[in-house]
Design a protein. Structure first.
Length: 315
């Protein structure tokens, strides 16, 4: 079976999404050919009475334990760096990316998940209080030990990515080979400065696309690709950062393409993401069977050249 170019986002599994529903969705996703599962050690601290995360990893651990052989069929990505130091301390105070924090978080994640290695281990956000040399060495140590397969960076400025890659080369350790940023078909205005839409280090920009195209070892993951339902639900309006004429033109083009192909706008967006150059792996929060169907249909959909051009050229 061909590997689908999507990732299941398990952020709310074990908190908002109950265990029975989550396990059924995981089973269906893998049975349909899904491979990548994305979580983090801090998911979902904001939804749990303790104020700490770990619920998603724990649920995935129970899934692995109850489904013999399923671990060999998936690629698991989890993250370190954003777990609150105490309830309510995020975002001002989180665990960060010191060697001590990475060592402790990895040990905890492996225990929760009940596995012996993580396929892709992300730094969840940049920690500018810890020297990059220390962070690079800590990640590299775990790759060398076999407890981590690859290293990724989430919510990083591109210049910091390159600096880490240079340090990894100097130290003779594994360099990051994955970037996880926010991205979708509609684009925010330039110079937006907030945590969700910051062009400096929170969004896949043209520069990031160019970087990935010329460095094919860098896998791009896009989170929130469906804009929290905004393409199809009137009760989920886009953030004001997307209020500009380009959004209007893009939504018109998206409606044209979806209508011509007889698919939903969300399916068209997923197809646009997965089939472009460079290839982007969307992380989709699959919380219902309907969302699962949409994700799978979009991943299987190939946009005709003329319709992809229509989407690309709408500004």
């Amino acid at each position: 079976m061909t590997e689908l170019n999507i990732a299941l986002g398990a952020m709310e599994y074990g908190t908002r999404i109950d265990e029975k529903t989550a396990l059924a969705l995981l089973d269906a996703y893998v049975d349909a050919g899904g491979v990548w599962i994305d979580t983090a050690n801090c998911y979902a601290f904001w939804q749990h009475e303790s104020g700490h995360g770990g619920q998603s990893e724990e649920l995935l651990g129970r899934w692995f334990a109850s489904r013999p052989g399923v671990r060999d069929r998936v690629k698991l990505a989890t993250k370190v760096g954003c777990e609150p130091l105490w309830p309510g301390s995020y975002p001002e105070k989180s665990e960060g990316l010191s060697a001590k924090a990475i060592d402790a978080a990895l040990e905890t994640s492996l225990r929760r998940l009940g596995i012996d290695h993580i396929d892709l281990y992300f730094a969840h956000r940049d920690d500018r209080e810890t020297p990059l040399e220390e962070t690079v060495a800590a990640f590299g140590k775990h790759v060398a030990a076999g407890t981590v397969g690859r290293i990724g960076l989430s919510n990083y400025a591109l210049w910091r990515v390159e600096r880490m890659r240079g340090l990894a080369e100097q130290q003779g350790v594994e360099a990051p080979t994955a970037l996880q940023l926010r991205y979708s078909y509609v684009q925010p205005r330039p110079f937006v400065r907030d945590h969700a839409h910051d062009h400096r280090f929170g969004w896949i920009t043209d520069e990031v696309l160019d970087y990935a195209e010329l460095n094919p070892d860098q896998q791009l993951f896009a989170y929130s690709p469906l804009m929290s339902g905004g393409y199809e639900r009137a009760d989920r309006p886009f953030h004001e950062a997307f209020t500009h004429p380009g959004t209007t033109r893009r939504l018109e083009a998206l409606t044209t393409v979806a209508t011509e192909l007889g698919v939903t706008p969300n399916e068209a967006v997923i197809a646009w993401l997965t089939g472009g150059t460079p290839t982007i792996t969307p992380i989709i929060g699959i919380t219902t069977p309907t969302y699962l169907t949409t994700a799978l249909s979009g991943a299987h959909l190939t946009l005709p050249t003329d319709l992809r051009s229509l989407l690309d050229q709408a500004w």
